[in-house]
Design a protein around this ligand. Sequence first.
Ligand SMILES: [Zn+2]
Length: 94
Amino acid sequence: MSCEEIKSIIPLYIKHTATDQDISKVEEHLCICDTCRQHLAQLMDKPNAIPVTAPREETLPEIPIKKDSNILEYIMLGVGAAVLLFVVSLLIKG
Ligand SMILES: [Zn+2]
């Protein structure tokens, strides 16, 4: 199947109105065709939702940054790290 044919089915594929046959054709094609994958990604605006055959690097979940997070906690972490470094450097110096 050509890219043009696939691209004509992709909108149906996204809306889940494509036939089972078309869906499998699209999915097979997407596995081998970057261009159509990107096309689909643009249409869906969700690149991560695109099936790929090659293993992808795991994307780490976004860590929500709390705006009201406790600054003291960070300070304590920093102090703790500094103390640890200090102790380690003392140990190394022997
Ligand atoms: Zn293609």
